[in-house]
Design a protein around this ligand. Structure first.
Ligand code: UGA
Length: 334
């Protein structure tokens, strides 16, 4: 079976491509390497079932033969990019998604889109179930992504009803893991980068904003199960273990210091909260458990351990033996 992955050179794309190749699929990747990496592509280039097409999904798409499924992941996902390239992100979410849906109709392929917890905006209720309609600011620094992903979901609904396209919608909550860019801008790689470089970790706000981080392999397993399920309404894919960001910063500082054999952790600096940054986020994953038989397996401690090992290896800084670490850890209230 041939499967197309848009954004397959990105962080989640990499893990998904690996899973699909491992199960014997023919995989074609579309990526313009905007936020994805050539290194992620090189990793697979010798695989006989892998094809890479360097292209921008906002433009005319390259020809592909028979494909049965499309995982549509292509879009920058770091809030830093939202501020740099809002127009391009909106174009990707609307025109890019529309081009992919047209391809899905032409080829009779099922399309799964990577939507997001950001469709709930700064939620007024917690945990967020798929029925919650969200609290999104349509005129702010995050709106290109939040509204972009909401229009992508609307397009999925429209194509399903007008053209009979088979759609699957995954609302992904805060994924992290190996293959992220060190300077991606999201919390986990930022915290690891600062700790590895011996710099203070920057936390926006008072450290009490919460997130639930899910490890990459859990996330792509959820996407894969959703694609192969009968469920055509949105499904939350995330961990439901909620933690304050300040505590995650402390955990990262400690893991990096232990692995680098340092006696003290880097400290944490608090800067003002960013505009429209959600203060509380936790998915209700009851639906994913029921209809997909899926729940995340990798605990945060284990996932951070593996992720830090990967970043250290990438930088040629082999992980040292772990030792107890002292130093100032900023206490955080939940
Ligand atoms: O995965 C999701 O559910 C969505 O949320 C993410 O947005 P956000 O939750 O803000 O992700 P991060 O940038 O990792 O930030 C998490 C929290 O850490 C804080 N943060 C981030 C980076 C940093 O250096 N310091 C810091 O305190 C942020 O202000 C925020 O409160 C991104 O928008 C998307 O990748 C994704 O669709």
């Amino acid at each position: 079976m041939a499967v197309l992955v848009t954004g397959g050179a990105g962080f989640l794309g990499h893990h998904l491509v690996k899973l699909l190749l491992d199960e014997g699929k023919e995989v074609i990747v579309f990526d313009n390497l905007w936020t994805g990496s050539a290194k992620n592509v090189r990793y697979f280039e010798k695989h006989p079932s892998f094809t890479f097409k360097h292209c921008d999904i906002r433009e005319r798409l390259p020809d592909v033969g028979h494909i049965e499924q499309i995982y549509h992941l292509a879009c920058p996902a770091s809030p830093d990019r939202f501020e740099e390239s809002p127009v391009e992100i909106l174009e990707t979410c609307f025109q890019g998604t529309k081009n992919i849906f047209d391809l899905g109709v032409k080829r009779g392929a099922r399309v799964l889109i990577a939507s997001t917890s950001e469709t709930y905006g700064d939620p007024l209720t917690s945990p967020q179930s798929e029925q919650y309609r969200g609290n999104v600011n349509c005129f702010g620094p995050r709106s290109c992504y939040d509204e972009g992903k909401r229009i992508a979901e609307s397009l999925a609904y429209a194509y399903h009803h007008k053209h009979g396209l088979q759609v699957r919608i995954a609302r992904i909550f805060n994924a992290y893991g190996p293959q992220m860019q060190l300077h991606d801008g999201r919390a986990v790689p930022n915290f690891i980068a600062s700790a590895m470089e011996g710099q203070s970790i920057v936390v926006y706000g008072d450290g009490n904003a919460t997130r639930c981080f899910q490890y990459a392999s859990d996330c792509v397993e959820g996407l894969h199960r959703l694609m192969n399920s009968d469920h055509d309404s949105p499904v939350n894919i995330g961990s439901d273990v909620e933690m304050p960001i300040g505590l995650i910063a402390d955990m990262v500082a400690r893991v990096v210091a232990e692995k680098m054999g340092q006696a003290n952790c880097v400290d944490v600096t608090f800067l003002p909260q960013r505009e429209d940054d959600p203060t509380q986020r936790q998915p209700d994953i009851g639906l994913a458990k029921r209809v997909l038989g899926w729940a995340p397996k990798v605990e945060l401690e284990e996932g951070l351990d593996r992720t830090v090992d990967w970043f250290l290896a990438e930088k040629g800084m082999a992980s040292g033996s772990r030792r107890a670490v002292g130093g100032a850890i900023t206490p955080v209230r939940l």
